[in-house]
Design a protein around this ligand. Sequence first.
Ligand code: PLP
Length: 348
Amino acid sequence: MNVIDLRSDTITKPTQAMRDAMANAVVGDDVYGEDKTVNQLQEMAAEITGKQAGLYVPSGTMGNLAAILAHCNRGDEIILGNQAHTYLNEAGGIAALGGVHSFAIPNQADGTLDLDNIIDAIRDSSDAHHPITRLITLENTHNGCGGVPLSEAYTQAVGELAKKHGLKVHLDGARLFNAAVALGVEPRALTEPLDSVTFCLSKALCAPVGSVICGSKEFIARAHRIRKQLGGGMRQAGIVAAAGIVALEQMVEQLAEDHRRAKELIIGLAKIPGILVDPEGQHTNMVYFELNPEVQISTETFVVELARRGLKIGEVGKRRFRLVTHHWFSDEDLATALQLIGEILSQK
Ligand SMILES: *Cc1c(COP(=O)(O)O)cnc(C)c1O
């Protein structure tokens, strides 16, 4: 059975071009800085994000952790959204491993942090009772807010606000390229006003492993030491970095197709009786929907019945579901997915 998996874009397996590049990669010991393929990927990443340097890390989680620890001392505080991946889904690593305190403020529905809320959260550093505010983190696209992209103008505004208050800004750009493609801007437009960024190669871009942190030379030197402390120094990492280079060269443009299919998915879902969707709620490659309270099917049965028929979807709350489109989800799969969902609900 051909299984259609829409739980996440992290399930994407490497393309044939990636497998070929991995088989033929020139490698060396990256802990000595001698892996030419890793070095090439890091230089490409720095160029794309408009930064001086890049650092290859095993995961987005380690990328955010190493970046935040490179910006902050123990006891420092960061301002971030209460729906941020770093706040909710990174196992509290910045506190557990870095002694960094979080000041979570509400994410707006569009993924942003209200500028006045940010200003209100900045501590008075002359008061010994307070932790010292050091950093603001943003997320683009914003996963918890439905994959919404944060605009260039907003990015600039936060960059300016931070400078004015002597703070740094880190961007969790796990899906930076989805944001750039959706907004029709260069990725660097969404990173240049900020101090650092982490992006993932292993999500919709199809590489098997890896993320890159980018920032100033001095910042990356600090992050490099922290990566070593975290056990993230890898040896012949060029084998996997080779797929990352293909991801940046070949996979960015196709994200527009993922976004188109997500749009078609939401239009199709809206026509199925029993499903509640907000057609305005689709921005990039994520689609959320709910089951009408009158539909006589439990959340669990719905997911299990779909999986039995070959469609895997994400469950993100009571009667609330997430579909994430990606490279391995075709137009034919789109028609099948809608048909399967329609079939199950027509029996209820
Ligand atoms: C996936 C994700 C991460 C973490 O990346 P991993 O490679 O899974 O560790 C960080 N931030 C956001 C917004 C993500 O979606």
